[in-house]
Design a protein around this ligand. Sequence first.
Ligand SMILES: O=C(O)CCC(=O)C(=O)O
Ligand SMILES: [Fe+2]
Length: 347
Amino acid sequence: MSISASYPPAFQRAINNGDQTEIEPALDQDKDIHIPVIDLERLDKQILTEACKDWGIFRLENHGVPLELTSQLQQISESLLSLPFEEKRELFASVNSPLSYFWGTPALNRSGDALKRGGTQASNVKMLEGFNVPLSKLPVSTCDDGVQHSKLEPFRVLLEEYGRHITRIAVSLFEAIAQTLNLELTGDRRSELLSESTGLIRVYRYPQSSSVEAEGEALGMEVHTDSSVISILKEDETGGLEIMKGEEWLRVKPVADTLIINLGDMMQAISDDEYKSVKHRVKKKDRTRERHSVCYFVFPQRDCVIKSSNYKPFTYSEFEAQVQADIQSLGTKVGLHRFSPKSPLFL
Ligand SMILES: O=C(O)CCC(=O)C(=O)O
Ligand SMILES: [Fe+2]
């Protein structure tokens, strides 16, 4: 089977129609940078504070996720993603499966279905596909649906184990970051601000496109900030993650057996804007290669009120509803500006 048989037909149509209009020159070599490094076994609060303040992103070493687990997860994700498109769709379409398959956009609703974009983005197909995995639903076996779904069972089991590791890391980092901010985490406050049950994994594939002449179509994920408290990214050696620092785009160099931590909008609000929700995008350097990544996002409890000096008090639920409404009407996320009385975009 050719690799393109596993890609959604919409990708080919988008390329043929020249939909991928974000043509920008590739970054120069000297924009390849190393981000700050944090060692989870010997957490240095000073380096952590500076990384959160100046960068909003850092690399994590000695994270304790077994290499074997990550490579098994990568292998099985890649083999599921390379199934023929229709087979993939059917496999993940079961009502009982906690996992869902998406393509053409990373903007999904709470059930994992693609959000319809408005504005100029309405017909713009993003060149990525993947699986959406709400961790709290993973303990439900996929096997109940019969033989077909026993194909998903090994994937589910690996995701559950990976989820346990990554949740442990998110909690430790959040507690350390909270200390650097002198945040009181008494009683249930920690699990309100960072609620393990909201954890979500996305497994992404950014397709290769050797046969295609169109320039610019290598752009994989447009500029955004994450809505999370913390996001944890495991990318392959292809690279392609770019971050905005000051006014400049920089390309993050991939480093084997490390994780990338980026702070999301909720952390920015919780920290009174001391720490930054980093602007980032994915742009493959070599478009003849596929890129794979596994990303984890964790959020506050839905009804937890986030109070801070620069934003009106809001719950995560309200924030998420606003992000989805903006994507549906404007085609893009506005984010924290909607909650900032100083912003012209304030509601
Ligand atoms: O695939 C990646 O490396 C990054 C994905 C990402 O930024 C996101 O899903 O928010
Ligand atoms: Fe992101």
